[in-house]
Design a binder for this molecule. Structure first.
Ligand code: PLP
Length: 418
Protein backbone atom coordinates (compact mmCIF):
# COMPACT_ATOMS: atom_id res chain seq x y z
CA UNK A 1 0.00 0.00 0.00
CA UNK A 2 1.40 3.42 -0.90
CA UNK A 3 2.24 5.60 2.05
CA UNK A 4 -0.34 8.18 1.10
CA UNK A 5 -3.22 5.87 0.18
CA UNK A 6 -6.27 7.77 1.44
CA UNK A 7 -8.42 4.66 1.55
CA UNK A 8 -5.81 2.63 3.33
CA UNK A 9 -7.03 0.27 5.99
CA UNK A 10 -4.45 1.62 8.39
CA UNK A 11 -6.80 4.56 8.92
CA UNK A 12 -6.04 7.57 11.04
CA UNK A 13 -2.53 7.81 12.29
CA UNK A 14 -1.01 5.52 9.73
CA UNK A 15 2.21 3.82 10.71
CA UNK A 16 3.06 5.08 14.13
CA UNK A 17 6.37 6.78 14.56
CA UNK A 18 6.93 7.37 10.86
CA UNK A 19 7.10 11.12 10.46
CA UNK A 20 5.84 12.56 7.21
CA UNK A 21 3.76 9.51 6.30
CA UNK A 22 0.15 10.38 5.70
CA UNK A 23 -2.64 7.84 5.68
CA UNK A 24 -5.97 9.33 6.65
CA UNK A 25 -7.76 11.57 4.14
CA UNK A 26 -7.11 14.49 6.46
CA UNK A 27 -3.39 13.73 6.57
CA UNK A 28 -3.26 13.44 2.80
CA UNK A 29 -4.81 16.86 2.46
CA UNK A 30 -2.56 18.39 5.11
CA UNK A 31 0.57 16.81 3.67
CA UNK A 32 -0.22 18.48 0.35
CA UNK A 33 -0.66 21.83 2.05
CA UNK A 34 2.62 21.41 3.92
CA UNK A 35 4.36 20.53 0.68
CA UNK A 36 3.06 23.75 -0.81
CA UNK A 37 4.55 25.69 2.12
CA UNK A 38 7.86 23.94 1.51
CA UNK A 39 7.74 24.94 -2.16
CA UNK A 40 7.19 28.56 -1.18
CA UNK A 41 10.05 28.48 1.35
CA UNK A 42 7.49 29.08 4.05
CA UNK A 43 7.63 25.76 5.89
CA UNK A 44 8.40 26.05 9.58
CA UNK A 45 9.40 23.57 12.23
CA UNK A 46 10.16 23.62 15.91
CA UNK A 47 13.74 23.62 17.12
CA UNK A 48 14.17 22.16 20.54
CA UNK A 49 16.25 24.20 22.95
CA UNK A 50 17.79 22.22 25.75
CA UNK A 51 18.88 25.15 27.90
CA UNK A 52 17.24 27.93 29.92
CA UNK A 53 16.55 31.28 28.24
CA UNK A 54 19.77 33.25 27.91
CA UNK A 55 22.31 34.66 25.48
CA UNK A 56 23.59 31.21 24.59
CA UNK A 57 21.31 28.34 23.78
CA UNK A 58 21.79 24.63 23.21
CA UNK A 59 20.16 23.77 19.90
CA UNK A 60 20.58 20.69 17.75
CA UNK A 61 23.49 19.50 19.86
CA UNK A 62 25.31 22.80 19.44
CA UNK A 63 25.79 25.88 21.54
CA UNK A 64 24.74 29.04 19.79
CA UNK A 65 24.79 32.73 20.50
CA UNK A 66 21.18 33.74 20.80
CA UNK A 67 19.96 36.90 19.06
CA UNK A 68 16.39 35.74 18.73
CA UNK A 69 14.79 36.20 22.12
CA UNK A 70 12.36 38.80 23.48
CA UNK A 71 13.77 38.42 26.97
CA UNK A 72 15.24 41.90 26.57
CA UNK A 73 16.31 42.45 30.15
CA UNK A 74 17.43 38.89 30.79
CA UNK A 75 14.78 38.29 33.44
CA UNK A 76 13.40 34.95 32.26
CA UNK A 77 16.21 33.12 34.07
CA UNK A 78 16.61 35.67 36.88
CA UNK A 79 16.89 34.05 40.34
CA UNK A 80 14.30 36.37 41.80
CA UNK A 81 11.65 35.41 39.23
CA UNK A 82 12.43 31.71 39.58
CA UNK A 83 12.17 31.97 43.35
CA UNK A 84 8.86 33.82 43.09
CA UNK A 85 7.47 31.09 40.81
CA UNK A 86 8.71 28.39 43.21
CA UNK A 87 7.21 30.10 46.23
CA UNK A 88 3.85 30.63 44.52
CA UNK A 89 3.72 27.01 43.37
CA UNK A 90 4.53 25.93 46.92
CA UNK A 91 1.87 28.12 48.45
CA UNK A 92 -0.91 28.05 45.81
CA UNK A 93 -0.21 24.93 43.78
CA UNK A 94 0.89 24.28 40.23
CA UNK A 95 -2.44 24.85 38.53
CA UNK A 96 -5.16 27.39 39.06
CA UNK A 97 -8.02 24.84 38.88
CA UNK A 98 -10.66 27.01 37.19
CA UNK A 99 -11.34 30.19 35.32
CA UNK A 100 -10.96 33.39 37.30
CA UNK A 101 -14.72 33.86 37.59
CA UNK A 102 -15.30 30.37 39.00
CA UNK A 103 -12.63 29.58 41.57
CA UNK A 104 -9.33 30.41 39.90
CA UNK A 105 -8.90 34.03 40.98
CA UNK A 106 -5.95 33.43 43.27
CA UNK A 107 -4.07 36.01 45.30
CA UNK A 108 -1.03 36.09 42.95
CA UNK A 109 -3.27 37.20 40.05
CA UNK A 110 -4.70 40.00 42.17
CA UNK A 111 -1.31 41.16 43.46
CA UNK A 112 0.03 41.21 39.91
CA UNK A 113 -2.91 43.23 38.61
CA UNK A 114 -2.64 45.79 41.41
CA UNK A 115 1.05 46.23 40.68
CA UNK A 116 0.44 46.45 36.92
CA UNK A 117 -2.18 49.17 37.40
CA UNK A 118 0.23 51.14 39.54
CA UNK A 119 3.12 50.59 37.11
CA UNK A 120 1.02 51.81 34.18
CA UNK A 121 -0.67 54.52 36.28
CA UNK A 122 -4.05 53.14 35.30
CA UNK A 123 -7.07 52.54 37.48
CA UNK A 124 -7.04 48.80 36.97
CA UNK A 125 -5.38 45.94 35.11
CA UNK A 126 -6.52 42.50 33.98
CA UNK A 127 -4.23 39.54 33.34
CA UNK A 128 -4.84 37.16 30.43
CA UNK A 129 -3.16 33.85 29.71
CA UNK A 130 -1.24 35.49 26.83
CA UNK A 131 -1.01 38.73 24.91
CA UNK A 132 -2.76 36.95 22.08
CA UNK A 133 -5.64 36.08 24.38
CA UNK A 134 -5.76 39.67 25.68
CA UNK A 135 -6.25 41.02 22.16
CA UNK A 136 -8.70 38.29 21.17
CA UNK A 137 -10.82 38.90 24.25
CA UNK A 138 -10.72 42.67 24.24
CA UNK A 139 -11.44 43.94 20.73
CA UNK A 140 -14.51 41.72 20.14
CA UNK A 141 -15.81 42.73 23.59
CA UNK A 142 -15.61 46.41 22.65
CA UNK A 143 -16.87 46.35 19.06
CA UNK A 144 -19.62 44.75 17.04
CA UNK A 145 -20.90 44.62 13.49
CA UNK A 146 -21.96 48.26 13.36
CA UNK A 147 -18.56 49.59 14.40
CA UNK A 148 -15.20 50.29 12.77
CA UNK A 149 -11.76 49.05 13.68
CA UNK A 150 -8.90 50.92 12.05
CA UNK A 151 -5.56 49.22 12.36
CA UNK A 152 -1.94 49.96 11.40
CA UNK A 153 -0.78 47.79 8.49
CA UNK A 154 2.11 46.32 10.50
CA UNK A 155 0.09 45.40 13.57
CA UNK A 156 0.68 42.00 15.16
CA UNK A 157 -1.40 39.04 14.00
CA UNK A 158 -3.31 38.88 17.28
CA UNK A 159 -4.64 42.41 16.75
CA UNK A 160 -5.68 41.60 13.19
CA UNK A 161 -7.35 38.34 14.25
CA UNK A 162 -9.14 40.10 17.10
CA UNK A 163 -10.31 42.87 14.78
CA UNK A 164 -11.72 40.29 12.34
CA UNK A 165 -13.36 38.30 15.10
CA UNK A 166 -15.17 41.40 16.35
CA UNK A 167 -17.22 41.57 13.15
CA UNK A 168 -16.62 45.33 12.93
CA UNK A 169 -15.73 46.85 9.57
CA UNK A 170 -11.95 46.50 9.33
CA UNK A 171 -9.91 49.29 7.74
CA UNK A 172 -6.13 49.27 7.51
CA UNK A 173 -4.02 52.42 7.45
CA UNK A 174 -0.54 52.57 5.94
CA UNK A 175 2.16 52.04 8.52
CA UNK A 176 2.43 55.11 10.77
CA UNK A 177 0.75 57.23 8.08
CA UNK A 178 -1.50 59.57 10.04
CA UNK A 179 -2.77 61.38 6.95
CA UNK A 180 -4.06 58.08 5.66
CA UNK A 181 -5.55 57.31 9.07
CA UNK A 182 -7.30 60.66 9.15
CA UNK A 183 -8.78 60.06 5.71
CA UNK A 184 -10.15 56.72 6.86
CA UNK A 185 -11.55 58.24 10.05
CA UNK A 186 -13.40 60.84 7.98
CA UNK A 187 -14.79 58.11 5.72
CA UNK A 188 -15.96 56.13 8.75
CA UNK A 189 -17.85 59.13 10.02
CA UNK A 190 -19.56 59.88 6.72
CA UNK A 191 -20.43 56.20 6.33
CA UNK A 192 -22.65 56.39 9.39
CA UNK A 193 -26.12 55.45 8.23
CA UNK A 194 -27.97 58.20 10.09
CA UNK A 195 -25.32 60.85 9.49
CA UNK A 196 -23.75 62.45 12.51
CA UNK A 197 -26.69 61.47 14.71
CA UNK A 198 -25.94 57.77 14.94
CA UNK A 199 -22.58 57.31 16.51
CA UNK A 200 -20.87 54.16 15.42
CA UNK A 201 -17.81 53.42 17.47
CA UNK A 202 -14.37 53.62 15.96
CA UNK A 203 -11.40 51.91 17.58
CA UNK A 204 -7.91 52.76 16.31
CA UNK A 205 -5.40 49.99 17.01
CA UNK A 206 -1.62 50.17 16.86
CA UNK A 207 1.60 49.11 18.56
CA UNK A 208 3.92 51.51 20.32
CA UNK A 209 7.03 49.58 19.22
CA UNK A 210 6.48 47.44 16.14
CA UNK A 211 7.40 43.84 16.72
CA UNK A 212 9.16 43.05 13.44
CA UNK A 213 10.57 46.46 12.47
CA UNK A 214 11.43 47.87 15.88
CA UNK A 215 10.19 51.34 14.97
CA UNK A 216 7.81 53.54 16.95
CA UNK A 217 4.26 54.77 16.47
CA UNK A 218 3.87 58.57 16.70
CA UNK A 219 1.74 58.26 19.82
CA UNK A 220 1.30 61.93 20.72
CA UNK A 221 0.01 62.83 17.25
CA UNK A 222 -2.09 59.68 17.13
CA UNK A 223 -3.79 60.59 20.41
CA UNK A 224 -4.49 64.09 19.17
CA UNK A 225 -5.96 62.72 15.94
CA UNK A 226 -8.24 60.12 17.51
CA UNK A 227 -9.52 62.70 19.98
CA UNK A 228 -10.35 65.08 17.15
CA UNK A 229 -12.39 62.35 15.45
CA UNK A 230 -14.04 60.95 18.55
CA UNK A 231 -12.40 57.55 18.15
CA UNK A 232 -11.05 55.24 20.84
CA UNK A 233 -7.44 54.12 20.87
CA UNK A 234 -5.87 50.77 21.75
CA UNK A 235 -2.07 50.59 21.96
CA UNK A 236 -0.16 47.33 22.24
CA UNK A 237 3.00 47.89 24.29
CA UNK A 238 4.30 44.32 23.97
CA UNK A 239 7.80 45.51 23.04
CA UNK A 240 7.77 48.73 25.08
CA UNK A 241 6.72 47.67 28.56
CA UNK A 242 9.79 47.66 30.78
CA UNK A 243 11.93 49.46 28.22
CA UNK A 244 10.81 53.06 27.72
CA UNK A 245 9.95 56.04 29.90
CA UNK A 246 11.49 57.30 33.14
CA UNK A 247 9.60 54.60 35.06
CA UNK A 248 10.16 52.11 32.24
CA UNK A 249 6.43 51.45 31.89
CA UNK A 250 6.41 52.03 28.13
CA UNK A 251 6.15 54.50 25.29
CA UNK A 252 2.76 55.78 26.47
CA UNK A 253 4.49 57.07 29.58
CA UNK A 254 7.46 58.34 27.58
CA UNK A 255 5.21 60.29 25.20
CA UNK A 256 3.18 61.69 28.13
CA UNK A 257 -0.16 60.37 26.85
CA UNK A 258 -1.09 58.27 29.89
CA UNK A 259 -4.78 58.78 30.58
CA UNK A 260 -5.49 59.55 26.92
CA UNK A 261 -5.18 55.99 25.59
CA UNK A 262 -8.38 54.15 26.46
CA UNK A 263 -7.09 50.60 26.07
CA UNK A 264 -3.48 49.70 26.86
CA UNK A 265 -2.23 46.24 26.21
CA UNK A 266 1.01 44.52 27.13
CA UNK A 267 2.64 41.18 27.56
CA UNK A 268 4.32 39.61 30.56
CA UNK A 269 6.50 37.36 28.43
CA UNK A 270 8.94 39.81 26.91
CA UNK A 271 10.88 42.35 29.00
CA UNK A 272 9.01 41.26 32.14
CA UNK A 273 10.47 37.79 31.82
CA UNK A 274 7.44 35.58 32.54
CA UNK A 275 4.44 34.79 30.30
CA UNK A 276 0.92 36.11 29.85
CA UNK A 277 -0.75 39.28 28.69
CA UNK A 278 -2.68 42.15 30.19
CA UNK A 279 -4.94 45.12 29.59
CA UNK A 280 -4.82 48.29 31.67
CA UNK A 281 -7.31 51.14 31.64
CA UNK A 282 -10.19 52.56 33.61
CA UNK A 283 -11.91 50.58 36.34
CA UNK A 284 -15.01 50.55 34.14
CA UNK A 285 -13.13 49.09 31.19
CA UNK A 286 -11.65 46.30 33.31
CA UNK A 287 -14.96 45.59 35.01
CA UNK A 288 -16.53 45.31 31.56
CA UNK A 289 -13.79 42.98 30.25
CA UNK A 290 -14.19 40.71 33.30
CA UNK A 291 -17.79 40.32 32.15
CA UNK A 292 -17.36 40.26 28.40
CA UNK A 293 -13.86 39.26 27.26
CA UNK A 294 -14.47 35.68 26.21
CA UNK A 295 -10.82 34.60 26.30
CA UNK A 296 -10.85 35.68 29.95
CA UNK A 297 -14.25 34.37 30.98
CA UNK A 298 -14.00 30.96 29.33
CA UNK A 299 -10.39 30.09 30.04
CA UNK A 300 -8.59 28.60 33.02
CA UNK A 301 -6.64 31.19 34.98
CA UNK A 302 -2.87 31.25 34.34
CA UNK A 303 -0.79 29.30 36.81
CA UNK A 304 -0.16 31.25 40.04
CA UNK A 305 3.57 30.65 39.51
CA UNK A 306 3.53 32.60 36.27
CA UNK A 307 1.63 35.50 37.85
CA UNK A 308 4.11 35.61 40.73
CA UNK A 309 7.07 35.50 38.34
CA UNK A 310 5.62 38.37 36.31
CA UNK A 311 5.14 40.42 39.48
CA UNK A 312 8.75 39.77 40.46
CA UNK A 313 9.84 40.71 36.92
CA UNK A 314 8.00 44.01 37.21
CA UNK A 315 9.62 44.67 40.58
CA UNK A 316 13.06 44.10 39.09
CA UNK A 317 12.21 46.39 36.14
CA UNK A 318 11.18 49.15 38.53
CA UNK A 319 14.24 48.80 40.74
CA UNK A 320 17.70 50.27 40.34
CA UNK A 321 18.75 46.93 38.91
CA UNK A 322 16.10 47.36 36.20
CA UNK A 323 17.55 50.73 35.35
CA UNK A 324 21.03 49.24 35.09
CA UNK A 325 19.83 46.35 32.97
CA UNK A 326 18.06 48.71 30.61
CA UNK A 327 21.21 50.81 30.33
CA UNK A 328 23.21 47.69 29.44
CA UNK A 329 20.64 46.74 26.82
CA UNK A 330 20.80 50.24 25.31
CA UNK A 331 24.57 50.08 25.30
CA UNK A 332 24.46 46.77 23.42
CA UNK A 333 22.11 48.17 20.79
CA UNK A 334 24.23 51.32 20.46
CA UNK A 335 27.41 49.26 20.13
CA UNK A 336 25.90 47.03 17.48
CA UNK A 337 24.53 49.94 15.51
CA UNK A 338 27.89 51.68 15.62
CA UNK A 339 29.65 48.51 14.40
CA UNK A 340 27.05 48.12 11.66
CA UNK A 341 27.51 51.73 10.61
CA UNK A 342 24.02 52.83 11.46
CA UNK A 343 22.86 56.28 12.42
CA UNK A 344 22.59 56.87 16.15
CA UNK A 345 18.97 57.37 16.97
CA UNK A 346 16.74 56.36 19.78
CA UNK A 347 16.50 52.70 19.09
CA UNK A 348 14.52 49.71 20.23
CA UNK A 349 16.18 46.36 20.88
CA UNK A 350 14.66 44.99 17.65
CA UNK A 351 16.97 45.41 14.67
CA UNK A 352 15.68 44.03 11.37
CA UNK A 353 18.14 42.95 8.68
CA UNK A 354 16.12 43.27 5.49
CA UNK A 355 16.62 40.49 2.95
CA UNK A 356 13.41 40.32 0.92
CA UNK A 357 13.41 36.90 -0.65
CA UNK A 358 12.26 34.12 1.67
CA UNK A 359 14.82 31.54 0.51
CA UNK A 360 17.65 34.07 0.79
CA UNK A 361 16.63 34.96 4.33
CA UNK A 362 16.56 31.28 5.27
CA UNK A 363 19.95 30.70 3.68
CA UNK A 364 21.48 33.64 5.51
CA UNK A 365 20.09 32.39 8.83
CA UNK A 366 21.57 28.96 8.06
CA UNK A 367 24.99 30.43 7.30
CA UNK A 368 24.97 32.34 10.58
CA UNK A 369 23.81 29.17 12.32
CA UNK A 370 26.86 27.41 10.92
CA UNK A 371 28.97 30.14 12.51
CA UNK A 372 27.31 29.58 15.87
CA UNK A 373 24.81 32.43 15.76
CA UNK A 374 21.09 32.06 16.09
CA UNK A 375 19.30 34.94 14.33
CA UNK A 376 15.86 33.86 13.18
CA UNK A 377 14.65 34.44 9.63
CA UNK A 378 11.19 35.98 9.70
CA UNK A 379 8.91 35.24 6.76
CA UNK A 380 5.34 35.53 5.59
CA UNK A 381 2.83 35.54 7.20
CA UNK A 382 4.69 37.17 10.10
CA UNK A 383 5.82 39.85 7.63
CA UNK A 384 4.59 40.56 4.10
CA UNK A 385 5.56 38.33 1.16
CA UNK A 386 8.94 39.32 -0.24
CA UNK A 387 9.74 41.21 2.97
CA UNK A 388 11.66 38.43 4.69
CA UNK A 389 14.37 39.46 7.08
CA UNK A 390 16.52 38.46 9.97
CA UNK A 391 15.14 39.86 13.16
CA UNK A 392 17.93 40.55 15.61
CA UNK A 393 16.98 41.15 19.21
CA UNK A 394 19.35 42.22 21.93
CA UNK A 395 19.45 41.51 25.62
CA UNK A 396 20.94 43.27 28.62
CA UNK A 397 22.84 40.04 29.19
CA UNK A 398 24.76 40.06 25.92
CA UNK A 399 28.42 40.85 26.47
CA UNK A 400 30.21 43.41 24.29
CA UNK A 401 32.21 40.50 22.87
CA UNK A 402 29.04 38.66 21.81
CA UNK A 403 27.72 41.79 20.14
CA UNK A 404 31.01 42.20 18.25
CA UNK A 405 30.88 38.57 17.20
CA UNK A 406 27.45 39.10 15.68
CA UNK A 407 28.55 42.24 13.84
CA UNK A 408 31.63 40.46 12.50
CA UNK A 409 29.66 37.44 11.30
CA UNK A 410 27.18 39.68 9.53
CA UNK A 411 29.92 41.65 7.85
CA UNK A 412 31.62 38.40 6.76
CA UNK A 413 28.30 37.52 5.14
CA UNK A 414 28.39 40.96 3.50
CA UNK A 415 25.14 41.83 5.15
CA UNK A 416 24.03 45.41 5.35
CA UNK A 417 21.85 46.23 8.31
CA UNK A 418 18.98 48.60 7.56
C1 PLP B 1 4.33 38.89 21.27
C2 PLP B 1 3.29 39.85 20.89
C3 PLP B 1 1.95 39.67 21.25
C4 PLP B 1 1.45 38.39 21.84
O1 PLP B 1 1.79 38.25 23.16
P1 PLP B 1 1.94 36.79 23.75
O2 PLP B 1 1.96 37.01 25.20
O3 PLP B 1 3.21 36.24 23.20
O4 PLP B 1 0.74 36.01 23.29
C5 PLP B 1 1.07 40.69 21.00
N1 PLP B 1 1.46 41.81 20.37
C6 PLP B 1 2.71 41.99 19.95
C7 PLP B 1 3.08 43.25 19.26
C8 PLP B 1 3.67 41.01 20.19
O5 PLP B 1 4.91 41.17 19.75
Amino acid sequence: MPATDPGGATGIGGERGVPGKAFSPLDVELAARLESLTQQQLRRALREIASPPGTVCAMGGRTLLNFGSNDYLGLASHPRLKQAADDAAGQYGAGSAASRLISGSLSPHHRLEEALAEFKQAERALMFSSGYAAALGTIPALLGRDDFVVIDKLSHACLVDAARLSGATLRVFRHNDLDHLEKILRQCRTAEPGGAKTCRHILVVTESVFSMDGDFAPLARLVELKERHGAWLMVDEAHATGLFGAQRSGRIEQESVRGRVEVQMGTLGKALGAAGGFITGSATLIDYLVNRARSFVFSTAPSPAVAAAALAGMEVVRSEEGEMRLERLRENVRAFRALAGQEESEASPIVPVPVGDEAAAMALAERLFAQGIYAPAIRYPTVGRGRARLRLTFSAEHTPKQVRQLAESLSEQQVKVK
